[in-house]
Design a protein around this ligand. Structure first.
Ligand SMILES: Cc1cc2nc3c(=O)[nH]c(=O)nc-3n(C[C@H](O)[C@H](O)[C@H](O)COP(=O)(O)OP(=O)(O)OC[C@H]3O[C@@H](n4cnc5c(N)ncnc54)[C@H](O)[C@@H]3O)c2cc1C
Length: 404
C-alpha cells in the first residue's frame, strides 16, 4: 500500500544507467537533495551491457555534433574530477566498410565531421594491417578511421558517479519501480515507487527503453523504440585489439531499423525467439577479454535474455573479420533493451505542458555524452536554461528520419 510522502527531495532521477548516475551526481553536486531510483539493480538497463566505448565519429550529424564534441572534451579531466580511475584510455576506432555504397556513405559524412574538428579519414584496405593487425584486410574495402576516441571500464565509470554522488548526499534506491506520478496544479510534483512516495520540484526520466511505458502513465506517446541488443565475452587472451571496431553497416542498418520502428512488430514478438541479424561491433576490455557483438532486433519485449540465434550470428560475423578470434572460448552472453530514435536525436529537455518533468534519454552513443548531460540537466534544473541548445532534442518534436 502506498503511504504518505516519505521522501521530500529537490530532484528525483528515475533510472540508474549511465545517464541517470551522471545526472543524479551532478544534481547532488549542485546542492540539491537528490534521489536516484531504479526498478532493478544498480547499474541497470543497457548500461550493464555495453563496452564502455567513448564513441565520437558515429555521431548524428545534423544537430548532435556540438553535444558530442563537448562531451568528448569533458573526458580529458574526468578522472581527476571523479577522484578515481575509471579505466579511461585513448584509442582509435574503425568503422569497417564492405561495399561501394558504404564507402560513399562514410565519405559523405566527412565534411561535417571535419568541420566539427573530428579528424576521421577513409583508409583503404591495403593500409589497414598497420592500424589493426587482427583484422583480415581481405574482408573489407577499407574503413573510416578516427584516431582519437576512447574507452572506460563501464562498471568503474558508473560506480565512480555513484560514489561521488553519495559523497554529495545523493540517496540511492535500487529495486524501486516508479508506477505513477503525482500532479498538483498541472505540475509533476512527485511520484509513487514500489511502496514509497517521493516529492520533488524536478523529476528527471533517464529510463532508456522503458521511457514510453512511463510516458503512457502521463498520457504521452514518446516515439522511443528499442532494440534487443546482444553481445558476448571471450576468455582473456594475449592478443591485442588496437581500436574498437564497428561495421559501417550500422549506418545502413539504422535506416532499416528506422523503417521497422515505424511498423513495430506485434506485441509479444519475443526478441528471444527472433533470428537476430548481427552487425560487427568489437572491443577489448582493459584486462584482455574480447567483447563481441552485436545482434539486435527491434521489439516491444523489454527482456534481457540472450538467444542462441543471436549469439551464433555474432560469432559468425566476428570470425568473418577477425579470424584470429575463431578459437577463443566464450565465457557468457547477454542482452539488453537499447533505446533509439528514428531521427538519431535524444529526448533531452523539459516536456511541454508538464512542468516539473525533464527527459534525458535515447542518446545515439551514450558514454561519450553522459558526464556532459549530467551538467546540462543540473544547469537546467537550477537555472531554467542551458548553454547547450536543447531545442532540436525536445521531447515534443515531430520525429523525422535521419539522413546522416
Ligand atoms: C552490446 C552493447 C554494447 C554497447 N556498447 C556501447 C558503447 O561501447 N558505448 C556506448 O556509448 N553505448 C554502447 N551501447 C549502448 C548503451 O549501452 C546505451 O545507450 C546506454 O547504456 C543507455 O544508457 P541510459 O542510462 O540512457 O539507459 P539504461 O542504461 O537503459 O538505464 C535505464 C534505467 O531505467 C530504469 N527504469 C526503467 N523504468 C523504470 C521505472 N519505472 N522505475 C525505476 N527505474 C526504471 C531501468 O531499470 C534502467 O536501469 C551498447 C549497447 C549494447 C547492447
Amino acid at each position: 500500500m502506498v503511504g504518505p510522502v516519505a521522501h521530500t527531495c529537490d530532484a528525483i532521477v528515475v533510472g540508474a544507467g549511465y545517464i541517470g548516475c551522471a545526472v543524479a551526481s551532478a544534481l547532488a553536486g549542485a546542492g540539491l537533495r537528490t534521489a536516484l531510483l531504479d526498478r532493478g539493480p544498480i547499474p541497470g538497463g543497457a548500461s550493464r551491457a555495453n563496452y564502455g566505448n567513448v564513441q565520437v565519429q558515429d555521431a548524428e550529424l545534423a544537430h548532435s555534433l556540438p553535444m558530442v564534441t563537448a562531451g568528448w572534451r569533458r573526458f580529458a579531466d574526468l578522472e581527476r574530477e571523479l577522484g578515481c580511475s575509471v579505466g579511461y584510455r585513448r584509442m582509435g576506432s574503425l568503422l569497417l566498410i564492405e561495399s561501394e555504397a558504404q564507402w560513399r556513405l562514410m565519405a559523405a559524412r566527412l565534411p561535417a565531421l571535419h568541420a566539427a574538428g573530428i579528424a576521421a579519414e577513409l583508409v583503404p584496405a591495403a593500409h589497414l594491417a598497420e592500424l589493426e593487425p587482427l583484422l583480415d584486410p581481405w574482408a573489407v574495402l577499407g574503413a573510416c578511421y578516427h584516431a582519437n576516441e576512447g574507452q572506460v571500464s563501464p562498471f568503474a565509470f558508473l560506480a565512480a558517479f555513484l560514489r561521488l554522488g553519495r559523497r554529495r548526499g545523493l540517496a540511492v534506491y535500487p529495486y524501486t519501480e516508479v508506477t505513477g506520478f503525482d500532479m498538483a496544479g498541472g505540475r509533476v510534483v512527485g511520484l509513487r515507487a514500489t511502496d514509497q512516495r517521493f516529492s520533488a520540484g524536478a523529476v528527471i526520466l533517464t529510463t532508456g527503453a522503458w521511457t514510453p511505458r512511463l510516458g503512457r502513465l502521463l498520457g504521452r506517446h514518446w516515439a522511443i523504440p528499442h532494440v534487443h541488443g546482444q553481445a558476448l565475452v571471450t576468455e582473456r587472451v594475449a592478443l591485442t585489439l588496437r581500436n574498437h571496431l564497428a561495421s559501417a553497416a550500422f549506418f545502413e542498418q539504422m535506416h532499416v531499423v528506422e523503417d521497422a520502428s515505424s511498423h513495430p512488430p506485434e506485441h509479444g514478438t519475443a526478441a528471444a525467439s527472433a533470428a537476430s541479424p548481427a552487425v560487427l561491433a568489437v572491443a577489448q576490455s582493459t584486462d584482455g577479454h574480447f567483447l563481441l557483438g552485436e545482434a539486435g532486433v527491434v521489439t516491444e519485449d523489454l527482456g534481457a535474455q540472450a538467444t542462441w540465434q543471436g549469439q551464433a550470428a555474432i560469432a559468425r560475423e566476428v570470425t568473418r573479420f577477425l579470424p584470429a578470434l575463431a578459437r577463443l572460448r566464450v565465457l557468457r552472453g547477454w542482452a539488453a533493451p537499447v533505446a533509439f530514435t528514428a531521427d538519431g536525436l535524444p529526448f533531452l529537455g523539459p516536456v511541454r505542458d508538464l512542468p516539473g518533468l525533464i527527459l534525458a534519454t535515447a542518446f545515439k552513443s551514450t558514454v561519450v555524452v553522459a558526464p556532459l548531460i549530467g551538467d546540462v540537466v543540473a544547469q537546467l534544473v537550477c537555472t531554467g536554461r542551458t548553454d547547450l541548445d536543447l531545442q532540436p532534442f525536445s521531447p515534443d518534436r515531430t520525429i523525422a528520419h535521419a539522413h546522416g
